[in-house]
Ligand binder design. Structure first.
Ligand code: FMN
Length: 169
């Protein structure tokens, strides 16, 4: 089965997960920001996206390519500060992806990393203002001091899912 890993992120954690997945599966990896590779050529797409201000950053690419990928097998992972199981994750999906895609994709949320010292002053300010209006105390704290949940072990459920597709194809 021809498969590829397509991702979009800014600070490296979405790329890091994509890289670990590529190492494990041998599938090629594409940063959608500097690649115009045609996704029509693939049967299985593993799509990875960071979350920024409640939106999936790969949103534009998916919406542009939706006619080409709507009939593909899609495994989707998001990378954010939000813990798996938190209702905000559903909000990010609903605000960013075609409802038809949400219905039939397999989705695994992963947790990423934020080093507040690494981001620009504009982004720091944005995070600070965001933290003032954030009601969830844990999220408020994350936006102020950062976090690091990136761990290779987190890709295990994705690897199991990919293996199940490879067997059933
Ligand atoms: C400007 C900004 C906005 C963010 N907004 C959210 C958010 O709405 N929800 C969330 O869970 N995480 C949010 N995060 C955390 C990122 O999703 C997290 O740092 C992720 O690991 C970034 O992926 P990347 O390293 O591939 O860019 C935000 C981070 C930044 C810098």
């Amino acid at each position: 089965m021809k498969a590829g890993i397509f991702y979009h992120g800014h600070y490296g954690s979405t790329r890091q997960y994509a890289q670990w997945l590529a190492n494990d599966t041998g599938y090629p990896i594409y940063d959608v920001r500097n690649n115009d590779i045609d996704p029509s050529d693939f049967e299985l797409l593993i799509l990875g996206s960071s979350v920024r201000s409640n939106k999936l950053t790969i949103k534009k690419w998916i919406n542009k390519n939706w006619p080409k990928i709507r009939d593909k097998k899609i495994i989707f992972y998001s990378v954010s500060g939000t813990a798996p199981g938190h209702p905000d994750l559903q909000k990010y999906l609903k605000e960013s992806l075609p409802p038809e895609m949400i219905d039939r994709m397999d989705y695994i949320p992963l947790r990423g990393r934020l080093n507040v010292k690494e981001v620009s002053w504009g982004i720091r300010l944005l995070l600070w203002f965001g933290s003032l209006v954030e009601r969830d105390p844990e999220a408020k704290q994350r936006m102020r001091i950062g976090f690091d949940f990136v761990d290779e072990q987190n890709i295990k459920p994705l690897i199991r899912l990919i293996a199940s597709y490879a067997v059933s194809s």
